[in-house]
Write a protein that binds this ligand. Structure first.
Ligand SMILES: [Zn+2]
Length: 282
């Protein structure tokens, strides 16, 4: 069986303080080759760098000023952006993010969030890093559509590449991101009742743009809803994707692992080269 990459989790969080090391060491036995742990803000990014340095085979890290961190930064945003650039130079982060637009919680006004998002997209181009994007709709956006705004931003910034993480948009949002060359990453939300449009989006995503993640400790797939999510649960999402798309489990594993390794420049698990996935478009 081909190991998976959990492309988005938050292993520095308090909810992993009692069993973090054991959980990371057990990942290969749980079918996970590597987990990308995401730093939200500068303090967390330092913790991510330290954790990745302890488990270089099992983890990779990303760092960015997410909308909450941008809001907390206040007038210090430009200063924090400079510090982020230094951090990205000093440590082997594989991506910039998560960054993006958060219209569910009342944070900075939409226009300011967009400016701060674009400043970090420029930084990603300078550092030649893929970007992990967070998009959340909500009433705090004053009637604006977070996906439509993100699609505008990405259209204006064609030099960036990366992933819309925890994708929760409609099929038409999915098509717009795919047309711009972005990857879509699916997680436990795919298994939640009522998310039929999300499942439709997962069906229409080409195999070479598909990624899987957990967003652990959040959003556990069914039947674990309400519990703490951990990276091993990414297998449930991968299996569900195969079922929804009418594909073999191993083909979805092969594609998503290949896509993650190409996008984030990680080495493929050793069994990948030996596998002969039943697909014609490699
Ligand atoms: Zn996240």
């Amino acid at each position: 069986m081909i190991h998976l990459i959990d492309t988005h989790c938050h292993l520095t969080g308090d909810r992993f303080s009692s069993d973090r090391d054991a959980l990371i060491q057990a990942l290969p036995d749980q079918g996970v080759w590597r987990a990308i742990t995401i730093g939200t803000g500068l303090a967390d990014a330092h913790e991510v760098a330290a954790l990745v340095a302890r488990f270089p085979e099992r983890l990779a890290g990303s760092a960015g000023l997410d909308p909450h961190s941008c809001h907390e930064a206040g007038d210090e945003f430009a200063h924090q952006l400079a510090q982020l650039e230094t951090l990205l130079q000093q440590h082997p982060f594989v991506a910039l993010g998560e960054i993006g637009l958060e219209y569910h919680h009342r944070l900075n006004p939409a226009d300011q969030q967009i400016t701060q998002f674009e400043a970090q997209l420029d930084l990603a181009v300078r550092r030649d890093l893929p970007v992990v994007i967070h998009v959340r709709e909500g009433r705090a956006g004053d009637g604006r559509d977070a996906h439509a705004d993100t699609i505008d931003v990405l259209t204006r910034n064609p030099g960036n590449r990366g992933v819309i993480h925890s994708f929760a948009g409609t099929p038409s949002h999915a098509r717009a991101y795919l047309d711009l060359g972005w990857h879509l990453s699916f997680n436990g939300m795919l298994s939640y009742k009522g998310n039929d449009l999300l499942r439709e989006a997962a069906r229409l995503t080409p195999a070479d743009r598909l990624l899987v993640e957990t967003d652990a400790p959040y959003l556990p797939p069914m039947p674990h809803r309400g519990k703490r999510c951990d990276p091993s649960m990414v297998a449930l999402t991968s299996n569900l994707l195969a079922e929804l798309r009418g594909e073999r489990d191993d083909d979805v594993r092969a594609w998503t692992t290949r896509n993650a390794c190409l996008l984030f420049r990680l080495e493929l698990p050793p069994e990948w080269a030996a596998a002969k996935p039943k697909a014609t478009q490699w």
